[in-house]
Design a protein around this ligand. Sequence first.
Ligand SMILES: [Fe+2]
Length: 257
Amino acid sequence: MTPLTQADISAEIAERHAYYDSRVAAGAARLDSPLLDFAPYRSSILRHPTKNPRLVDPETIELVSPAFGQRDVAAVESDLTVQHSGEPLGERMTVSGRVLDGEGRPVRHQLVEIWQANSSGRYIHQRDQHPAPLDPNFTGAGRCITDDDGGYSFTTVKPGAYPWKNHVNAWRPAHIHFSVFGTAFTQRLVTQMYFPNDPLFPLDPIYQSIPDQAARDRLVSRYDHESSVSEWSLGYRWDIVLTGARATWFEPDGSEA
Ligand SMILES: [Fe+2]
């Protein structure tokens, strides 16, 4: 079989977006969610849900699922640059924002977890074997609890873009994975945050699996000079909105990369 090129994938993305745009032009409602069987993102064909979600008894699930308490999370866990004896290489940055409900009210005392590649675009994971260096001073995972204002803040280094095997010369835009736990494991939401003006956006079938440009834009952080620190770090801001017309897009269960 001929290997798929970026041109093949870009043509498929354009075709599906044109279909979505034509549906919206004909009066269909805009989608804030991704297209789950989005063929340009090849593995979604095999693993997108084909049956209705299964209802579970929340109390039964709670007996075996992860849980957390506020005292389980130390303040230092939100700083990904101090987890080892030395400092990680890369562009030091903070990413901060608020977790909000659909009415703009702060969502307090929420467990927010992040994971990311290092500044070279490499994860510490046995499936990630592409030839970029691991950083002995960077694990790439952190967590914090939102404050009374719904605020969170992480100190880290900017992740690099990395290759994946969706097609020939496929690269993911730089991103940070985010999880918001909810009040129980069955409420957990997972998504990705991106950086402004990434040239890989139009080429990435994961980002483009969200057909609506406005919904895609809501996954992009903004550079915030006010939260940059002189001689120290660059600041980015990104709010997470759980419900309503401005909700952040969240991944269906089983997504990765
Ligand atoms: Fe990733």
